[in-house]
Design a protein around this ligand. Structure first.
Ligand code: FAD
Length: 394
């Protein structure tokens, strides 16, 4: 039986703000809220990732771009993150014969940056924890939410024990399969859709060279476009690259078609010949690493009165082909902060304006991300596209 506790009065403006989910967006959001003078309670279902142990989940590294940097700068942690970020000035395309071609991301050394997902999350947690207004609670899973009574049902994932916890204002940053959003979905006339690509992804690795050096060009995002599928690689600080194969679930060339180590080896040697010598663990990793799915989630509204607000993947999960999911979630934090500055404690106005401003942007990047998959897997390898890019970059 959950233990009971009373609810907080609606008018209690001194009550702490509650953030559900201490992933990339939740940990950054807690910093923004604290720096506006609020005390913040953060609940996270996983154990503290800084205490060692494997990190569940998606890509090992991520592309951080301008929208993300602006949010990090706004809370004064841009320099810390820059220490552990690798600029990628261009795309390097690898064709099926191993020939390379290049496309700059911009002019005057403009770049996107490769950062470790876990490293960035750990840094954000440490910075949040250093703020006396922020309290982090790990192994706390949201198991139920009564929005009208403003009660959370939290399950301790180590003991299984459940308890009731009142909240005054709740920010749902608990990711694509958000439990906070599940409660919103049960309200009247709620709009929700999820759509999966018929492609999944698999993480693979290129190890560093014998002296810790990068075996591909370091300051680049590498792409092996192959029409119906593709692989990409982003550099890590230790000389390795994290590769992601985006591949159909079914069909002639697909996860379903590659069932044995010999099939995987033969397939890679045929279609990615230049990379096979750099992946001695290829077949082990291929069968050991899970196949991830690719989903776009749209929903509206993102707010429930002035009590609950969704941010990040909880409100707009997108496929990763623009490298903008985290960046868009970070931009949510920037916009919320600007609204807090302008509108003070008028949370109703803040939540209303937030969702009105952000929803069209989230929908636009969701569409662009799907479109960019076609471009990356297909057209970036097309000589006509390369010529067009060359002309554009003059
Ligand atoms: P999450 O990172 O999912 O964090 C949610 C947190 O909530 C987690 O810590 C989770 O444990 C916790 N949680 C979940 N449920 C509960 C619960 N019930 N109770 C308590 N806690 C809970 N984005 C980019 O910008 N650039 C990229 O290059 C990029 N590459 C990607 C590559 C791949 C293969 C994928 C799949 C995604 C990529 N993304 C990228 C998107 C990016 O990963 C997400 O947009 C980002 O992680 C969203 O952050 P978030 O904090 O909203 O959600």
């Amino acid at each position: 039986m959950p233990t009971q506790s009373s609810s907080l009065p609606a008018s209690d403006s001194s009550a702490p703000l509650t953030v559900m989910g201490a992933g990339l967006v939740g940990s950054l959001l807690s910093l923004f809220l604290a720096r506006r003078g609020h005390s913040v309670e953060v609940f996270e279902r996983r154990a503290d990732m800084r205490q060692g142990g494997a990190v569940e989940g998606r890509s090992i590294n991520l592309a951080l771009s301008d929208r993300g940097w602006r949010a990090l700068e706004a809370v004064g942690i841009g320099d810390e993150i820059r220490q552990v970020a690798i600029p990628m000035y261009r795309r390097v395309m690898h064709d099926a014969q191993g020939n390379l071609s290049h496309q700059p991301y911009g002019q005057d050394n403009q770049a996107i940056y490769s950062v470790s997902r876990a490293g960035l999350n750990r840094t954000l947690l440490t910075l949040a924890e250093a703020d006396p207004r922020v309290t982090l609670h790990f192994n706390q899973q949201l198991a139920g939410l009564d929005m009208r009574a403003r009660q959370l049902e939290l399950r301790d994932t180590t003991t299984g024990q459940e308890r009731q916890q009142p909240f005054r204002r709740l920010f749902g940053t608990d990711g694509a399969f958000s439990a906070v959003r599940s409660a919103l979905q049960k309200t009247e006339r709620y709009n929700y859709s999820q759509s999966y690509l018929e492609y999944g992804y698999k993480e693979l690795n290129i190890e560093p060279g014998p002296n810790g050096e990068w075996l591909l060009e370091k300051n680049a995002l590498h792409i092996w476009p192959r029409g119906q599928y593709m692989m990409i690689a982003l550099p890590n600080l230790d000389g390795s690259f994290n590769c992601t194969l985006f591949f159909p679930y079914e069909g002639k060339h697909s996860f379903a078609a590659l069932q044995t180590p010999a099939q995987v080896q033969a397939f890679f040697e045929e279609v990615f010949p230049d990379i096979v010598p750099l992946m001695p663990e290829l077949t082990d990793e291929y069968f050991r690493n899970p196949t991830g799915s690719l989903v776009t989630i749209r929903c509206f509204p993102w707010a429930f009165d002035d009590d609950v607000l969704l941010l990040g993947d909880a409100s707009h999960a997108i496929v990763p082909f623009y490298g903008q999911g985290m960046n868009a979630g970070f931009e949510d934090c920037t916009v919320l902060d600007q609204l807090m500055e302008r509108l003070g404690d008028d949370w109703h106005a803040i939540f209303t304006e937030f969702q009105q401003q952000r929803k069209p942007n989230a929908d636009a990047i969701a569409d662009l991300a799907v479109y960019n998959f076609e471009e990356m897997r297909d057209r970036v390898g097309d000589p006509r596209f390369l010529l067009q890019k060359k002309i554009e970059s003059r």
